[in-house]
Design a protein around this ligand. Structure first.
Ligand code: MG
Length: 382
């Protein structure tokens, strides 16, 4: 029996990789639904190639173009609501959420409400609404399979283990393009420099997050909700080669690691084929070529963002959601060249200190945070 898939964010980096996995394992999967933000031509091509039942596009103005391109057989939905509706449909086995940023929250919530298996690449869903999503999952039996490479690594290391045997989770970080840059040069970092990641080819938002190390901060929060472990037992280690994707240290001092080339197809395929493993058609790891693996302590002076993420977890309630939205707005302002690289952390810290924290934010309150904090950061810095 083929597994029926819904892929959200299908024209982005994760979506394109996921469709490559599907192409190479044709007998295992059937894609039923696709959703994208604005790239209607690419979405239409994908829809026709995989003969899907329906597509959704966030930008409502592109409805007619998309309709004409896919023909009458394929249903076309629009807006964030259209994407959320697809996410909640119960005739798919796995929903891969590859949407970027806080816009991914609602589809994750809908899929959780529908009791689906969610292959989650959208870490912001958990950063924003970890508690809410966990509560819904307890009620509906929905499951989260991590697609983020670090969390996929931890998931693989935990297979066959008991959580009470775990001492800590060790998230590895490449250190990004500015790992060795002196602190006095940080102010002048350009957008172009920040978009040049040494190891991973990714979308713009996550690439900037990797340059500030906020990506690792968000991943700490993601791990906290995925594996239900106190933040004091989550560690970050800089590992410039990006071969070890993360590790788990156990009570007895034993450490398990998962290794592989930095290629998102591997964690995507693992989540889609779980609990099975399948062959791959692409390059695999040769340890003789890797040669050296090195590790360093992260420097929170040059990279204050991960420390802010730990702080938000400590503050609890809606603080991680606030952190996430403030980061997203600040990153956008940096990409528009309206603020400096170093302003990203300053902007987030300011917001965290100034807003009121809600204890157990509802879905509606999370959406309000998204709107209000975005405006707050824009108003303050432009
Ligand atoms: Mg990651």
């Amino acid at each position: 029996m083929k597994k029926i898939l819904t892929i959200l964010g299908s024209t982005g980096s994760i979506g394109v990789n996921a469709l490559n996995v599907v192409r190479s394992l044709e007998s295992k999967f059937q894609v039923r639904y696709l959703a994208a933000g604005t790239q209607w031509e690419k979405l239409a091509q994908q829809a026709l190639e995989f003969r899907v039942k329906a597509v959704a596009i966030v930008d409502e103005n592109l409805k007619e173009e998309l309709k004409n391109a896919v023909g009458k057989e394929i249903e076309v939905l629009t807006g964030r609501e259209g994407v959320a509706e697809l996410a909640g449909r119960d005739d798919a086995d796995i929903l891969l959420n590859g949407i970027v940023g806080s816009a991914g929250l609602e589809p994750t919530v809908r899929a959780a409400e529908a009791g689906r298996i969610i292959a989650l690449s959208n870490k912001e869903s958990l950063v924003m609404g970890g508690l809410l999503i966990n509560r819904i999952m307890e009620r509906t039996g929905a499951q989260l399979y991590p697609v983020d490479s670090e969390h996929s690594a931890i998931w693989q290391c935990l297979t066959g283990e008991k959580m009470e045997s775990v001492k800590k989770l060790i998230l590895t970080a490449s250190g990004g393009p500015f790992r060795t840059k002196p602190i006095n040069e940080f102010e002048n970092i350009s957008v172009k420099e920040a978009l040049a990641h040494p190891n991973w080819k990714m979308g713009k938002k996550v690439t900037i997050d990797s340059a500030t190390l906020m990506n690792k901060g968000l991943e700490v929060i993601e791990a906290y909700w995925l594996f239900n472990i106190p933040h004091e037992r989550i560690d970050i280690v800089i590992h410039p080669q990006s071969i070890i994707h993360s590790m788990v240290e156990f009570k007895d001092g034993s450490i398990k690691a998962q290794l592989g080339l930095p290629d998102m197809k591997l964690p995507i395929q693992y989540a889609l084929t779980y609990p099975e493993r399948e062959d791959v058609a692409w390059e695999q790891t040769d340890m003789r070529e890797v040669k050296t693996l090195t590790f360093e302590e992260p420097d929170f002076k040059r990279f204050p963002c991960p420390a802010l993420a730990f702080k938000a977890l400590e503050m609890g309630g809606s603080a991680p959601a606030v952190l996430n939205v403030a980061n997203e707005s600040a990153v956008n302002l940096f990409l528009e060249e309206k603020i400096k690289f170093t302003d990203i952390a300053i902007a987030i810290d300011k917001v965290l200190q100034s807003v009121e924290i809600i204890n157990e934010p509802s879905f509606e309150e999370l959406l309000e945070i998204e709107t209000n904090i975005t405006e707050l950061v824009r108003d303050e810095w432009t």
